[in-house]
Design a protein around this ligand. Structure first.
Ligand code: HEM
Length: 371
């Protein structure tokens, strides 16, 4: 296999002052550790149903050979919260969305696709028999159909293609390096920069720059772009992206006015490093310090954040009186509220996010706070 394996061996230099875009070269002996588009690591070895444990089929039988219960049955029993947890008395709403932003800095797990097209796993009630689909039974009445559309994650190979079980890929760097703002590849980084000034591109009204149509925002709306395409999942997440973009440009302006870090490349990299160290400080407060992303982090542990999400998006006036409040479900993947400065806009949403207590977490991701 080795001759057919893609050879990716970055050339690292100990003279480099700043981190690479793709996270390579943080460890000179293992330059791909934590780099973007490498395999996710594991805490425990996998255990699948297939004879050679290659992970070609997901695990549906127990060690005795009997069928395991449907994952949907288990999640209904274990995760169905019913009641919402009370509000925190310590942390504000912004912590929830900063948490999602940090998770998007560490991990992006791609799922399998059919070329550029999404894979369809159910034709109404009828499961589509494709190896990319993980089909499991759902209890009657749980959904409108009994087939649950579930596409498996894409899988990668380790350098040299050693025989090993199937592993998910991390599209992004495993380091807390603000690749969520700056991009996880040099090409993406360059796409977001404003060359000649050291700044990041900004859109009108100090918003994020406009992205290509259909870039993970609702059809017919003008999308934004940043280092991560998931930036418009909620308006609050877009607010955090906007804050880091503006902060880069604010620091850049201050340094330029002082005449420090002359030369736009040097200033751009210095501001990038400054912003990363700001985020690393937050990281010390809310996460353990090991930056390598394990698959259990993305598929289980850090999804605790889904329990924190409230049911509304709100905005406050400059005197911190309430201005607008709408159900969050009307704003998923929408840029509408961010662009409308009369009702919402990033600054008015940020005033609400930073002054109101967030929902506490429990183990029930569905218990969105109804207050
Ligand atoms: C309303 C807000 C949110 C929505 C709509 C949302 C939605 C999603 C969706 C659709 C996925 C990918 C689908 C899947 O693999 O199951 C996902 C993945 C994930 N979410 Fe959220 N999420 C939200 C907030 C949060 C927050 C606040 C956190 C943590 C603080 C979080 C942590 C994660 C993690 C760790 C993943 C896995 C990422 C990956 O492996 O690529 N999410 N979320």
């Amino acid at each position: 296999m080795a001759p057919y394996c893609a050879d990716r061996w970055p050339v690292c230099s100990s003279n480099d002052r700043y981190r690479t875009a793709d996270g390579s070269c943080n460890n000179f002996n293992n330059p791909l550790w934590g780099a973007s588009i490498t395999n996710q690591a594991r805490f425990l070895s996998p255990s699948y149903d297939d004879q050679y444990n290659m992970g070609s089929v997901p695990r549906i039988r127990s060690v005795t050979g009997s069928l395991l219960p449907s994952p949907r049955d288990i999640s209904n029993v274990v995760l169905n919260g019913g009641e919402s947890p009370p509000r925190s008395r310590i942390f504000s709403e912004s912590l929830t969305h900063l948490g999602q932003f940090i998770n998007h800095d560490f991990i992006s797990t791609p799922i399998l696709k059919d070329g550029d097209n999404d894979i369809v796993c159910c034709n109404e009630d009828v499961p589509v028999d494709r190896p990319e689909c993980f089909l499991f039974r759902t209890p009657p009445g749980d959904f409108q159909t009994t087939c649950m559309h579930f596409v498996r994650s894409d899988f990668g190979v380790a350098p040299g293609c050693p025989p090993e079980s199937r592993n998910q890929i991390n599209r992004f760097t495993s380091f807390l390096d603000l690749s969520v703002t700056y991009g996880s590849t040099l090409a993406k980084q360059n796409d977001l920069r404003e060359f000649g000034t050291g700044r990041l591109q900004e859109g009108i009204n100090r918003l994020l720059p406009t992205g290509p149509p259909g870039a993970e925002c609702l059809a017919g709306e003008e999308c934004f772009k940043s280092g991560d395409s998931r930036l418009s999942v909620t308006p609050m997440l877009t607010v955090v992206h906007t804050a880091f973009l503006r902060e880069h440009n604010n620091i850049n302006e201050r340094l330029r006015a002082l005449g420090w870090y002359d030369g736009e490349e040097l200033r751009y990299e210095h501001v990038r490093a400054t912003e990363v160290s700001d985020l690393a400080l937050i990281h010390c407060i809310i996460l353990p310090a090991n930056p390598s992303t394990r698959n259990a982090f993305g598929c289980a542990a850090f999804r605790y954040g889904h329990s924190l999400v409230g049911s509304f998006v709100e905005s406050f006036n400059q005197d911190f009186t309430p201005r607008a409040r709408e159900p969050l479900e009307d704003h998923f993947f929408s840029t509408r509220s961010i662009r409308n400065f009369t009702t919402f806009g990033p600054d008015a949403i940020a005033r609400w996010m930073t002054t109101q207590f967030k929902s506490r977490s429990d183990r029930f991701p569905d218990s969105y706070n109804q207050e």
